[in-house]
Design a protein around this ligand. Structure first.
Ligand SMILES: C[S@@+](CC[C@H](N)C(=O)[O-])C[C@H]1O[C@@H](n2cnc3c(N)ncnc32)[C@H](O)[C@@H]1O
Length: 316
């Protein structure tokens, strides 16, 4: 090892450095294959590493949230790794299966039986999820962990969707739509019809009176508009005005189905109609657009109103 920070764990021909993989000499084809296999293992091991790190720190110093914010990591992903790590003592983890295999079965009481079957049959993660689904234990969309993203007009897309547990969405604002009243009336009722009676919906609608008025007029069928939540932020401002007040909040319409269970929400920390969360401003994480919503807020709403395996729809 000539560099103090380099790792020689992929064999003698490869050296891993913090910002590069250096190839030494002329590795054989077999050496490349071995390095590929080892790299894949490291990639899958990362889930365990993040989960174990967060669980261990939590015992002494509390959540990793502050560090995640400081270094631009998504707390949602780390929290998911924590959930999986907690579900399996180190001695229970099956080395020949990936972290994702363990993740798929993590919530099941007989998770080890499923994992042993996956190991014996050589199931991929998709096959494991399919078998669990066929056994009728989890809902149909459980097999897809990556969100499915489709480019389509919402009015064409919504009718084709399955009934969901949560509708969480951020439609275009009145500044982009000529007739916001007609637009709101065209998409919201069919979208709410896609939510199960046990489900919930959160719709970000900005803070302009014209928009709030348009959405409040809509007949929401069996879903109850239970709160107009406020997302407030102190770290950035929209366009400023000499005549009026500058906006540092947005309304989030919160609908509840007639059979919705209790919110899964820490009462004294998060169960408030005003949610104070910094707006993405590029200092931590990536800022893709001016009115981007914070991942932390979306994660909170998803955590409050779904359980593992639930289906979330977002038409925008
Ligand atoms: C407020 S943005 C939300 C962006 C998105 N959720 C994100 O995380 O970046 C609204 C989005 O709706 C899209 N949009 C506008 N009209 C639409 C329509 N009729 N059907 C589907 N999407 C539409 C816009 O292109 C825009 O990307």
């Amino acid at each position: 090892m000539n560099n103090k920070n380099s790792l020689q764990i992929l064999g003698k021909n490869f050296s891993l450095q913090p910002n590069a993989l250096i190839v030494k000499g002329k590795p054989t084809e077999a050496a490349y294959e071995e390095a590929f296999k080892l790299l894949s293992r490291i990639e899958t091991a990362q889930g365990w590493w993040w989960g174990d790190l967060a669980n261990a720190r939590e015992k002494s110093y509390g959540s990793l949230k502050v560090l995640a914010e400081k270094y631009g990591k998504r707390m949602g992903s780390i929290a998911e790794c924590q959930r999986v790590s907690k579900a399996y003592e180190v001695s229970m983890r099956i080395e020949s299966l990936s972290f994702n295999h363990h993740q798929i079965a993590a919530a099941l009481p007989d998770r080890m039986t499923w994992l042993r079957r996956a190991e014996k049959e050589g199931w991929t993660t998709a096959e494991l999820a399919k078998q669990i689904r066929l056994a009728g234990i989890l809902p149909p969309h459980f097999e897809s962990f990556e969100p499915e993203i489709v480019k389509a007009d919402c009015l064409a897309w919504i009718p084709k969707q399955d009934i969901c547990d949560l509708l969480l969405t951020d439609p275009p604002y009145s500044t982009e739509i000529s007739d916001i009243e007609a637009f709101a009336a065209s998409w919201l009722p069919p979208a709410l019809k896609k939510v199960k009676p046990t489900g919930r919906a959160y719709v970000f609608i900005g803070a302009y009176p014209i928009e709030i008025e348009a959405y409040l007029k809509i007949n929401t069928n069996t879903m109850t508009l239970a709160n107009v939540l406020v997302w407030a932020y102190q770290n950035t401002l929209g366009p400023s005005s000499d005549l009026d007040y500058n906006l540092n909040w947005q309304a989030v319409l919160y609908y509840r189905g007639p059979e919705a269970p209790k919110l899964d929400c820490p009462i004294l920390i998060e169960q408030f109609s005003v949610q104070n969360v910094n707006a993405p401003d590029g200092r931590s994480g990536v800022r893709y657009s001016a009115w981007q919503k914070p991942d932390d807020l979306a994660e909170r709403f998803i955590r409050h109103s779904t359980k593992p395996g639930d289906l979330v729809l977002d038409p925008f």
